[in-house]
Design a protein around this ligand. Structure first.
Ligand SMILES: N[C@@H](CCC(=O)N[C@@H](CS)C(=O)NCC(=O)O)C(=O)O
Length: 163
């Protein structure tokens, strides 16, 4: 049975199955990316809810794994060389799980980089720009509606849908 006690996050979210990948997440657009990958690869995992209502993502235990206070994050007790590996950033986690299982990542170099380019596009474009538009639309209030930032987010998102 792996001992994960060196990772302070396991004190706040104790593990019933320390031999499984520990997932710290919430079903948001970034959160579900990793949940879907875990389901699709068939890897055994143990999910832990990081509640934004109680600001769990700001707790010292969570920050010990991701100092950027964002879900999703994982702790793989059986990482490279059999050592535990903690990871944050959904794109990095997707690439790691693809490498670990040999699924969803082509072996030939050209196809591999074509796949990685779409992961990067999602991470660097779709995620942040759609997220900004969502924020302006839902949370920023009327004043933001015609701001130059919102106009740019609308333009960017519309252009992406036409790609
Ligand atoms: N680039 C990061 C973004 C993660 C992210 O923005 N997570 C949001 C939920 S979708 C979050 O944890 N927000 C909490 C906060 O900002 O306090 C990733 O892809 O993992």
């Amino acid at each position: 049975m792996p001992d994960l006690s060196a990772f302070p996050i396991t004190a706040k979210w104790p593990s019933q199955h320390p031999e499984r990948i520990q997932l710290y997440s919430l079903p948001t657009p970034n959160g579900v990316k990793v949940s879907i990958m875990l389901e699709e690869t068939g890897l055994p995992y143990e999910p832990h809810l990081v509640s934004f209502e109680t600001n769990d993502q700001m707790s010292p235990a969570f920050l010990s794994l991701n100092p950027n206070n964002k879900i999703p994050a994982i702790l793989d007790p059986n990482g490279p060389d059999g050592k535990p590996l903690a990871l944050f950033e959904s794109g990095a986690i997707l690439l790691y799980l693809a490498d670990k299982t040999g699924q969803f990542m082509p072996q030939d170099v050209a196809s591999r980089y074509e796949t990685i380019q779409w992961v990067m596009f999602q991470m660097g474009g779709i995620g942040p720009m759609f997220g900004q538009l969502g924020f302006f639309h839902k949370f920023a209030g009327k004043a933001a509606t015609w701001s130059v930032f919102m106009k740019r987010a609308i333009w960017w998102v519309s252009r992406t849908f036409r790609m």
